[in-house]
Design a protein around this ligand. Structure first.
Ligand code: GLU
Length: 484
């Protein structure tokens, strides 16, 4: 390895969607590479044919790209260490297994699945740790040769040394130790000649000159097996960093049962990538001060593995919603406009019915009140359509027997206005209230109900000036007729 060059990888097994935990792993690798001037690599670990899902790789790549985590090398970004898809590297693994067999640090195992099953049951009965009993380690060279000649299927297992303490140091967790007695003679090559995760992962990390293995804590128990493999090959260990588990608010392991776990679900629900990435970055990483809102670039500047915590990180959707609000607020009007138009087209309201100038006024009125683009139509549908009903609780509280008469007068006053601005509507309302000898609120509340159907929202005169004079008067007349 070129000393000092950081090379990190995200090595997902394509299961059909990108888990938020996977995005966190990808993000921390990406940020670490950004922070150190290193390279970020995408490697697809698809050697488990039983879990193969059509289209999963492309979906994964699309989701990563949506998140903005650009990689320097990967299946569609050629580098000097390819191929970056494990199913295209099968020869490499087979050759490496031969090296281990040659060295005597791995052995062929001809045990049938039935034998292994009965062995496991026996161990269970005796309350022993389930572990391969090394029957095939004792085969003579002749027996092995005969078995091969007879075409008996076999797997290749790692010969785990006896009585050793396997040690490695982890950037997040400090010094870690495992007793070799606890480690099974791991299968490296399956009977279909496909490598297992352990073999392919270690061979590739070595050949791709990965300097830091940054992955979720669920892989920590695999690491002693990997350390033994590095030793068996005589290779230098990479540095390890195991990221804390993601937890539900009740501190159980993050699961689908308590909410969405696929990045695609969050994207489809209208979360901004900026908010999701910001939120995910704070799952286990602590910036060291009280800042909470970061762009991807700011994250890259501030990130360090030393500031990653050991304890589990709680996935709190309320915080994510708040971050979405914050990031949406920071978006330039032009961006919000184009997202709003897309949304209007999708909801069937249609994006062409309104001028950009009109929509920009809606955006200005609602900016501080929306966390999601969909809030424009959900919280303030009255900018797009007249109210089709009036909130009964508000009618009960705010609509009085005289309200219809007062609003009629107000409508007449509005009618006289020429090219009115926001302040003109307000003045007209004050004049009307004065002439009726009532407080302004006797007009304000019924007017809000008439134009919006609701009891709250942005400034009333903002709504009125956005929808305009004609529309306001039409809505006043319609309320007078319909509210009883
Ligand atoms: N293929 C493993 C996964 O699906 C990779 C684990 C690792 O990073 O070593 O997450």
């Amino acid at each position: 390895m070129t000393s000092g060059t950081v090379r990190v990888r995200f090595a997902p097994s394509p299961t059909g969607f990108l888990h938020v935990g996977g995005l966190r792993t990808a993000l921390f690798n990406f940020l670490f590479a950004r922070n150190t001037g290193g390279k970020f690599i995408l490697r697809i670990e698809d050697t488990d044919r039983a879990r193969y899902v059509e289209g999963a790789v492309q979906n994964l790549i699309n989701t990563l790209k949506w998140s903005g985590l650009d990689y320097d090398e990967g299946p569609d970004a050629p580098g000097n260490y390819g191929p970056y898809v494990q199913s295209e590297r099968l020869d490499i693994y087979r050759k490496h297994v031969d090296v281990l067999l040659e060295k005597g640090t791995a052995y062929r195992c001809f045990c049938t699945p039935e034998r292994l099953e009965s062995m496991r049951k026996e161990q269970e009965k005796k309350k022993l740790q389930p572990k391969y009993d090394r029957t095939c380690l004792r085969l003579s060279a002749k027996e092995i040769e005969d078995n091969i000649a007879a075409g008996k299927p076999f797997v290749v297992r790692l010969k785990v040394p006896d009585g050793e303490t396997i040690r490695f140091s982890d950037i997040v967790r400090g010094d870690v130790e495992f007793m070799s007695e606890r480690v099974d003679d791991q299968v490296l090559l399956k009977s279909d000649s496909f490598p297992t995760y352990h073999l392919a992962n270690v061979v590739d990390d070595h050949l791709m000159e990965i300097s830091h293995v940054i992955r979720g804590e669920e892989w920590l128990s695999s690491t002693p097996k990997h350390v033994l493999l590095y030793e068996a090959f005589g290779w230098k260990l990479p540095k390890f960093a195991h990221l804390p588990l993601l937890l539900n608010p009740d501190k159980s392991k993050l699961s689908k049962r308590q909410g969405d776990v696929a990045v695609e679900d969050y994207r489809d629900k209208g979360y901004l990538k900026e908010a999701l990435v910001n939120f995910i970055a704070l799952l286990g990483w602590n910036p060291g001060d009280d800042r909470e809102i970061f762009s991807l670039e700011e994250l890259g500047k501030g990130f360090s593995l030393e500031k990653v915590n050991k304890s589990g990180a709680v996935f709190n959707v309320e915080k994510l919603n708040w971050l979405n609000f914050q990031h949406l607020r920071r978006k330039p009007d032009g961006n919000v406009l184009s997202m709003l138009k897309d949304h209007l087209a999708k909801t069937g309201i249609g994006s062409t019915r309104y001028s950009d100038a009109y929509l920009l006024e809606v955006i200005a009125a609602m900016r501080e009140r929306v966390s999601f683009i969909k809030d424009f139509t959900e919280k303030s549908p009255y900018f797009f359509l007249p109210p089709n009903e009036y909130d009964p609780a508000v009618v009960k509280k705010r609509w009085k027997p005289q309200s219809a008469e007062y609003l009629k007068k107000l409508g007449d006053e509005f009618l006289k206005l020429e090219n009115p601005q926001k302040q003109d509507y307000e003045n007209a309302l004050h004049r009307t209230a004065e002439s009726l000898n009532v407080g302004n609120s006797e007009l304000i509340h019924p007017l809000r109900l008439a134009v919006s159907g609701m009891g709250e929202g942005p400034g009333l005169f903002d709504i009125v000036s956005v929808i305009g004079k004609e529309e306001t008067i039409t809505r006043i007349n319609s309320a007078i007729e319909r509210i009883k």
